[in-house]
Design a protein around this ligand. Structure first.
Ligand code: AMP
Length: 222
């Protein structure tokens, strides 16, 4: 059905990108490519690259974006899906990355999840992570099966100092500074669509309705 969907998913840390992306994959016939998943996979396997990026990912350290496009796997994983009918990318976090992606495929929709920062700060307070893999749990939305333990390895979960409200506020400010030029880029291309809400359940119906209409319109053209 979906013949020409080349989407990107944008949203602050803990805004629900993962949840909304997995629902898009479930309800629509699209392939999901997530640089965050690729990075988590490297950290899980403790590859040389995984060891190098761990500190950046776990501490929201500046400079990771420069390392991501130059990593061999992320761009080649992108190229592998190039040519498929429908792809949802969770890649661009900076304007340079957005331009890099546009050099490979023409993006038709940029979905931006807009969640108030105060809500995100509250959400992150309940977050526990399995540090070696980067797996994230939330006591409210996605608790581990055994409290304080990773579902896969059974190892201890930790709360990161970086998830404390003041640190989160700083990360969100950094995110805003990086993402504004990305949003501006897609706005100028005429493909930016914003979806606001406090929870993924509030945002999802809006995304679903939009994609349904989008697909119907595209199907009518084909
Ligand atoms: P995600 O779950 O997709 O938000 O990704 C988890 C973490 O991986 C993010 O908080 C970033 O630290 C990092 N990350 C993912 N994708 C990128 C990217 N394209 N450039 C830089 N960092 C990224």
């Amino acid at each position: 059905m979906l013949k020409v969907f080349k989407g990107v998913m944008i949203g602050a840390p803990a805004s629900g990108k993962g949840t909304i992306s997995s629902r898009i994959v479930k309800y629509f016939d699209v392939q999901h490519v997530s640089s965050g998943d690729v990075l988590r996979n490297h950290m899980l396997k403790n590859t040389e690259y995984g060891v190098k990026i761990k500190e950046y990912v776990n501490n929201g350290k500046v400079g990771l974006s420069e390392l991501v496009p130059s990593s061999a796997e992320v761009p080649s994983k992108m190229q592998n899906v190039d040519g498929k009918n429908s792809t949802l990318h969770r890649f661009p976090r900076t304007r340079a990355q957005a331009e890099e992606l546009s050099g490979k495929e023409s993006i038709t929709v940029a979905l931006n999840l807009v969640v108030p920062f105060e809500i995100i700060i509250e959400r992150v307070k309940g977050r526990w992570i399995h540090e070696p893999s980067g797996r994230i749990y939330n006591l409210e939305y996605s608790p581990p099966k055994v409290p304080g333990k990773d579902d896969v390895t059974g190892e201890d979960l930790i709360q990161r100092p970086d998830d404390q409200p003041e640190a989160v506020r700083k990360r969100l400010e950094l995110y805003s500074a990086n993402i504004e030029p990305v949003l501006e880029y897609y706005r100028k291309e005429g493909v930016l669509k914003e979806f606001a809400g406090n929870t993924s359940n509030e945002i999802w119906p809006k995304v679903y309705d939009y994609l349904q209409s989008y697909m119907k319109a595209k199907a009518a053209l084909n």
